[in-house]
Design a protein around this ligand. Structure first.
Ligand code: SF4
Ligand code: SF4
Ligand code: SF4
Length: 184
């Protein structure tokens, strides 16, 4: 009789622990492909959509699902392409988009009605202002993604190239592979 009771107890305990493990597996299950998070961690997180996806995470998902190439992130540039190639094993390619000169948004303040739509659209919080007050762009925070342009009801946001000063002037970047044109 004692052996029967012990057997029943062990059976009940086994069923209890089994149920607990099943619940824990369901409760703490991590959804999705872990590669997505690894790719997302490499991307610059400016959420500028220049890659053609609405943000870095959707682009990371597209790469992980073999739906997008690794050379679409303009702000990330070559460095991100190389890191993504090392992670995914995909071939290194030049950045897909045409190289554009560095630009930033500028708000014509006299035409701004303070609707705050541009603030909501800016992925990097580069615009400051309040409802019914003029807004302005923090130039050094602006990535030049142009997402604020179409939402402005008065078309008072324009893209401008930074003026060259002694602080930001640089030698022009050389073209061609390293060593090209060197004397032999
Ligand atoms: S272009 Fe780069 S930084 Fe911009 S949303 Fe796409 S992945 Fe993110
Ligand atoms: S200010 Fe406009 S162009 Fe600049 S980062 Fe924000 S949304 Fe993009
Ligand atoms: S969307 Fe245009 S009008 Fe509205 S706050 Fe921004 S700059 Fe001003």
């Amino acid at each position: 009789m004692n052996e029967f009771i012990a057997l029943m107890l062990f059976t009940l305990l086994a069923l209890g622990f089994g149920g607990l493990l099943a619940w824990a597996a369901k409760r703490f299950h991590i959804d999705g492909n872990p590669l997505i998070g690894q790719i997302d961690a490499i991307l610059p997180q400016t959420q500028c959509a220049q890659c053609g996806y609405p943000g870095c995470k959707p682009y990371a998902e597209a790469i992980a699902n073999d739906e997008a190439d690794i050379n679409l992130c303009v702000p990330g540039g070559e460095t991100v392409v190389i890191m993504l190639s090392e992670l995914t094993g995909k071939e290194i390619k030049p950045i897909e988009a045409e190289a554009k000169p560095k630009q930033f948004a500028f708000i014509k303040e006299e035409e701004c009605i303070g609707c705050v739509k541009c603030i909501a659209a800016c992925p990097v919080d580069a615009i400051i202002g309040a409802a019914k007050f003029t807004h302005t762009v923090i130039t050094h925070e602006c990535t030049g993604c142009e997402l604020c342009i179409p939402v402005c009801p008065t078309d008072c946001i324009v893209m401008e190239e930074p003026s060259v000063t002694q602080r930001n002037w640089q030698w022009p970047k050389p073209v061609g592979p390293i060593g090209e044109g060197a004397r032999k």
